[in-house]
Design a protein around this ligand. Structure first.
Ligand SMILES: Cc1ncc(COP(=O)(O)OP(=O)(O)O)c(N)n1
Ligand SMILES: Cc1ncsc1CCOP(=O)(O)O
Length: 574
């Protein structure tokens, strides 16, 4: 697998199509080490090419020889993917997704940018292609210097850029080429004109080790062929294979009438139907780029093709599952968290533990109501949790500090044993004294910024907001969530302005942190609150609907079931 060339040797070599070999790295590393020890200044190493016309340019060989002569030849190599794709300012797809996906799988990822897009979770607002000559320059910079194993392509906005890439790959061969024929974004915006179809078909596919179209792209490549079933996908995979790539993966996504995410892989001889579970989430932006990058990373690590595809699919499924509730942006398509494995460990290592799902049914206590019904605060909190409350706030405007701390300690015991966070209304001192999970502060209480500096990064801080400007300030101050209301008129809080469902919606749309609605909410109107259907709205907070009722547990159960029904019928991401 390894060829040694004299540094002055100008021989060109032409290698036959290379099989991806898992032992490649080990063997090349050992051979390099041997060479470095034997005769460091006069020999260089190179690897055979998978591409026709493969050669190592003299300048690159000389550079390698110099590096080895300088004593760096025995360093550790990394599997290396070069992504040639567009930049996504929202970082859910494109170059940014590729770099994160490769990093997550342990591959180094260099990048050649073909276009700069202005993009977010709503859609694509602008596309600015990079001039062909500058794409060529970027390619030369990376490929002439770095040992790239696999090139992965994403957005190639013109035939000219496709041609530039093909020329570069002829000059600087790599182990494998993964082509994701990106044409339309998940939001439906065009990223490459129809003229690029001929570039893919006539130029790039013949060089590709795998092409990974989704149903729309496969259909476009085949002149508008209708693709509805797995059998259609098999026919499409065969037709695309006839265009030149060695392998084809047609991604079925969520096929009509199926609860699975089904893909078809064709290697020119056999079809493999790869089934995965469909994850119900808005956070699917960039899954195509991620899948192709993962395939590239696995190939760079030495996996055989089918195994690379299977591992990539497993990674995407795990990332979708982990990211299904993440709130980034207000548009219909949010991004994945590619670094979920890292972040899972970060949580256990002490990062903030707030989970927006906890806001679903938020019980806010009221000392006056407890007195009226002859209940202790501890019994009231216990009953609300038994009924399904997901977070509790102790709100007591009258208690002496000492009594408040005592009550908070007792409630904390119940909350902790049920895995329900306990927050303290207004009183940062009480929260600190009993080590509660956090505080909720209003616009005239201690500023959230100050509370954050006192409580540290791990405590939960909620802030009451009635306007978009207040929501922006709360986020800037380090709030974890905001409480917005009163949504409906209420007698629980005197002189409180009602913002209505429209006001709630405006704040939710503006908020960069999760929102819980509060004020006059009960079983009669809780459904209408969730139905405003803005992703940042994560639940409702109630006082009288629980604590001014005879049976707190029954009321909590009723509310919870209404919230769950509404969120599942409206497919809300709460
Ligand atoms: C979840 C939640 N949202 C809003 C409020 C109101 O807090 P604030 O504005 O501080 O008013 P008081 O509760 O102090 O009367 C809240 N408590 N909880
Ligand atoms: C504390 C608070 N903040 C805004 S409205 C409100 C009172 C909510 O109480 P209820 O759920 O009984 O209307």
């Amino acid at each position: 697998m390894l060829e040694l060339l004299d540094s002055c040797d100008s021989r060109r070599f032409r290698a036959s199509k290379m099989q991806i070999n898992p032992s490649f790295y080990t063997s090349s590393f050992m051979a390099v080490a041997a060479v470095a020890t034997a005769s460091p200044s006069s020999l260089i190493y190179t690897r055979p090419s998978s591409r026709s016309g493969g050669r190592i340019p003299g300048s690159a060989r000389r550079t390698t020889a110099l590096v080895m002569a300088a004593g760096n030849g025995g360093g550790r190599t990394m599997p290396h993917v070069l992504t040639v794709a567009g930049s996504d300012s929202g970082a859910g797809a494109g170059i940014q997704a590729d770099i994160k996906a490769c990093g997550a799988l342990g591959a180094y990822c260099s990048s050649v940018i073909t276009a700069v897009t202005a993009q977010n979770t709503v859609g694509v607002q602008g596309v600015h292609p990079v001039p062909e000559a500058f794409v060529a320059e970027q390619l030369r910079s990376v490929l002439s210097d770095m040992a790239v194993d696999v090139v992965k392509t994403g957005m190639l906005p013109s035939v000219g850029i496709i041609k530039v890439l093909c020329r570069s790959l002829q000059e600087f061969p790599v182990k494998a080429l993964v082509v994701d024929p990106v044409m339309v974004s998940t939001s439906g915006d065009m990223l490459a004109g129809p003229s690029t179809l001929s570039g893919y078909r006539d130029e790039l596919f013949a060089m590709a080790d795998i092409v990974t179209p989704n149903l729309k792209e496969a259909s476009a490549l085949l002149g508008g062929m209708s693709l509805r079933t797995v059998s259609d996908m098999c026919s499409a995979a065969k037709s695309i294979h006839n265009l030149g790539p060695r392998n084809v993966l047609v991604k079925g996504g969520h096929l009509p009438g199926s609860s699975e995410a089904t893909d078809v892989f064709f290697d020119g001889e056999n079809y493999h139907v790869i089934r995965g579970s469909h994850v119900n989430t808005r956070n699917t932006h960039g899954t195509g780029c991620t899948l192709a990058s993962c395939i590239a990373a696995e190939l760079a690590k030495g996996s055989p093709m089918l195994q690379a595809v299977q591992r990539a699919k497993t990674f995407v499924e795990s990332a979708l599952d982990y990211s299904k509730d993440i709130l980034i942006g207000n548009g219909p398509q949010g991004p994945l968290d590619h670094l979920f494995d890292l972040n899972t460990h970060a949580h256990t290592a002490g990062a903030r533990s707030f989970d927006a799902k906890d806001l679903f049914l938020y019980a806010v206590t009221d000392s006056g109501m407890n007195r009226k019904w002859g209940r202790s605060i501890v019994d009231a909190v216990k009953a609300s949790i038994e009924g399904g409350a997901t977070i509790v706030q102790l709100r007591d405007k009258e208690a002496e500090t000492r009594d408040f701390i005592e009550a908070a300690n007792a409630c904390l015991e119940i909350c902790r044993s049920n895995g329900v966070p306990l927050l303290i209304n207004d009183r940062v001192d009480v929260a600190l004294a009993c080590d509660a999970d956090g505080v909720h502060v209003g616009q005239s209480d201690m500023p959230a910024r100050v509370a954050r500096s006192i409580l540290g990064p791990q405590k939960i801080i909620g802030v009451s907001c009635k306007t978009a400007a207040q929501a922006a300030q709360a986020w800037a101050d380090g709030a974890d969530y905001i409480g917005c209301g009163g949504v409906f008129p209420t007698t629980t809080k005197a002189n409180n302005l009602t913002v209505g469902l429209d006001g709630l919606k405006a704040v939710c749309l503006a908020s960069k942190v999760p929102v819980v609605a509060i004020g006059g909410i009960s079983a009669a109107n809780a459904g209408s609150v969730l139905e405003i259907s803005v992703p940042s709205l994560k639940g409702v907070a109630v006082v009288s609907a629980l604590f001014d009722r005879e049976c707190i547990g029954t009321e909590a159960r009723r509310l919870k079931s209404i919230l769950m029904d509404t969120s599942s019928h409206a497919k809300l991401s709460v």
